[in-house]
Design a binder for this molecule. Structure first.
Ligand code: ATP
Length: 254
């Protein structure tokens, strides 16, 4: 479905992205020439065994970590070409983040938390868009509450709204359901799904949970710092089956 202001090309792209940590005996190749595109208006999950490079990929693609070689782009902007200041601005304006631990400021209300990134950028939230996002996450009655007065699921709803409020190019979600019970987790996944389907947003989510990954349009699997599989609209069974094959040592083939 076309959305106003839609631009062509992927929302984010990695090309031959390599990330090496340490040197000598402690050298680790966390990402080994990864090339992957995240299409606009799609919900992509990134899965893989522990240590396969999921967080590193997300951090490099979000400009939270530097790359050793290759490139990472958001909306056609090559991140390595930016100064630290430009990167900070791009992250604030073009990316949204949802973390496992909610990362809300305890002294601010739900509404203040949602609009903080925009206010730091000196921008006023778009009132109609803010209303749409608040209505979607169902927090209308709790906008004046502080995080301590909200359940974990409600806090994560605030974080989802905060990620969406700038109408970013891409939302990066790192284990967004990791600290939630299954009901609250399913709600959050539903909101992420809805933000893609109804609002045309783009979401990339790192997860260990096959049920969570099954909410995505696409699941990219990493193993040993490489993309080893790419499933389109898999059910939880297909995701689980792929994970079990990793455990059986089938890391490289489909
Ligand atoms: N800052 C760092 N310094 C050194 N090595 C690192 C650093 N960050 C990650 N690594 C290494 O890079 C590899 C990939 O780590 P990464 O955290 O990206 O994996 P992951 O798939 O997200 O793992 P998990 O599922 O356990 O969170 C691992 O071998 C890890 O030890």
């Amino acid at each position: 479905m076309p959305f106003p202001g839609t631009v062509t090309g992927p929302a984010a792209r990695a090309t031959g992205l390599t990330k090496v940590y340490g040197r000598g005996e402690t050298r680790v190749t966390a990402l080994d020439a990864v090339s992957v595109e995240f299409a606009r208006g799609r919900f992509t999950a990134v899965m893989g065994p522990s240590g396969s490079g999921k967080s590193t990929l997300m951090h490099c693609m979000a400009g939270l970590d530097t790359v050793t070689s290759g490139s990472a782009c958001i909306g056609g902007t090559e991140l390595s070409s930016l100064s630290e200041r430009q990167l900070t601005r791009l992250r604030r304006e073009k990316a949204g983040f949802v973390f496992q631990g909610f990362n809300l400021l305890p002294t601010l209300t739900a509404l203040e938390n949602m609009t903080l990134p925009l206010r730091i950028a000196g921008r006023e939230p778009d009132a109609a868009w803010l209303e749409t996002v608040v209505a979607m996450v169902g927090l209308g009655g709790r906008l004046g509450h502080r995080p301590a007065e909200l359940s974990g699921g409600q806090q994560q709803r605030v974080a989802v709204a905060r990620a969406l409020v700038s109408r970013p190019e891409i939302v990066f979600a790192d284990e967004p359901t990791g600290n939630l019970d299954s009901r609250a987790g399913a709600e959050i996944l539903g909101f992420l799904r809805e933000s893609v389907r109804e609002l045309g947003q783009t979401v990339v989510m790192v997860t260990h949970d096959p049920v969570a990954a099954a909410h995505a349009d696409r699941v990219v699997f990493l193993a040993d710092g490489r993309v080893v599989d790419d499933l389109h609209e898999p059910g939880a069974d297909a995701v689980l089956d792929r994970m079990l094959r990793f455990e059986a040592g089938d890391g490289r083939t489909t």
